[in-house]
Design a protein around this ligand. Structure first.
Ligand code: TXA
Ligand code: MG
Length: 312
């Protein structure tokens, strides 16, 4: 589907899947409640899971919030368009259905030329990943089509470069002390954000914290059709045996998914590999190595852990 057609459909209150640099998103106009409701029904997503609002500029983001601090500004200036989602107090134009009733809204400017063109025509588009709730996120147009068949229109923007969802960050300022909380790890690590802020003359404490809202606190997410089992310092035979016991299943077509040694490459390929392997095998085994437990792997390890049925 073309950008022009996508804009028409979105204006008419439909949902459309759009490409971003992280994963494909299922978009709807933030001004149309019935379109927003369609996101939840199509994805079978519970209403307690808030949506990220996408904009094409910092100026538009500012119109959707009541407070945009110098910290938000510094991060957005450096990272937008890009895989960073910033949380700020919502303005009245943001319907509570978007934030699941929270007083804060999550905002992001995606780095994809087609989506930026579409976003020009809107105050904002709400867009969660374009997959059924809890399932593997799509990194190609064909993934969206296979998940929803003809139910969803897709703008094909090629393969997503980053491959896992944006880093979600909340900013707090207490008596001139700035603290960032990373609710969902992604392309930007705590060290990256600390450095970006420090270069802007802002000293900030950055930590990882489970999101107070779903799906951060949901144990299972991003799951493919077959079980994923994860082991560290354990053999393939051992982890399979444990998994067969725990899942009361006998596996006859196991396959090992290797994460490799380059975290950016691993992120780009992760969801695609989960999808591909689940067609021809009955269990995916990931054996992690020590280097996979370093900070730059946190985004992938977070997705892997939530996709896993067994972990040792
Ligand atoms: O990369 C991405 O962020 C992709 C693409 C499509 O932009 N979008 C995405 O959306 O991952 P979704 O709906 O799958 O993830 C949204 C998550 C929520 O589940 C929650 O963890 C967090 O973002 N979130 C959204 N609004 C929030 C809020 N007001 N406060 C705290 N966390 C929020
Ligand atoms: Mg998602």
């Amino acid at each position: 589907m073309s950008v022009t057609e996508a804009i028409l459909r979105l204006k008419a209150g439909d949902t459309v899947a759009i490409p971003t640099e992280t994963v494909y998103g299922l978009a709807a106009d933030i001004k149309q409640i019935s379109a927003l409701k369609k996101i939840f029904s199509t994805k079978e997503r519970p209403f307690f899971d808030p949506l990220i609002v996408h904009v094409d500029s910092i100026e538009k983001a500012k119109k959707l919030v009541t407070h945009w601090s110098h910290v938000h500004e510094a991060l957005a200036q450096k990272c937008w368009p890009g895989p960073l989602t910033l949380i700020a107090p919502k303005a009245d134009v943001i319907d509570p259905i978007i934030t699941s009733g929270l007083t804060d809204v999550a905002l992001r400017c995606p780095n994809h030329p087609l989506s930026l063109n579409i976003l020009k025509q809107f105050e904002g588009l709400a867009a969660p990943s374009a997959n059924k709730f809890g399932k593997t996120s799509p990194t190609r147009a064909e993934h969206v089509r296979s998940e929803f068949s003809d139910e969803v229109y897709v703008v094909d923007g090629g393969e997503c470069e980053v491959g896992i969802e944006s880093t979600v960050v909340a900013v707090t300022e207490l008596e001139n002390r700035v603290a960032l909380k990373i609710y969902r790890p992604g392309f930007y690590s705590a060290a990256d954000l600390e450095k970006i802020l420090s270069n802007a003359g802002i000293e900030a404490q950055v930590s990882y914290a489970e999101s107070p809202v779903a799906p951060g606190h949901l144990k299972h997410h991003y799951m493919p059709r077959i079980p994923v089992v994860v082991g560290h310092k354990i053999s393939m035979a051992e982890i399979l045996k444990i998994s067969e016991g725990e899942l009361t299943q006998v596996f006859t077509r196991p396959i090992e998914l290797s994460l490799g040694s380059d975290p950016q490459m691993a992120a780009r390929e992760f969801y695609q590999k989960l999808r591909l392997l689940s067609h021809e095998h009955d269990v995916i085994v990931v054996l992690t190595q020590d280097h996979h437990h370093a900070e730059e792997w946190l985004g992938i390890m977070n997705r892997l852990t939530k996709a896993a049925s067994v972990k040792r």
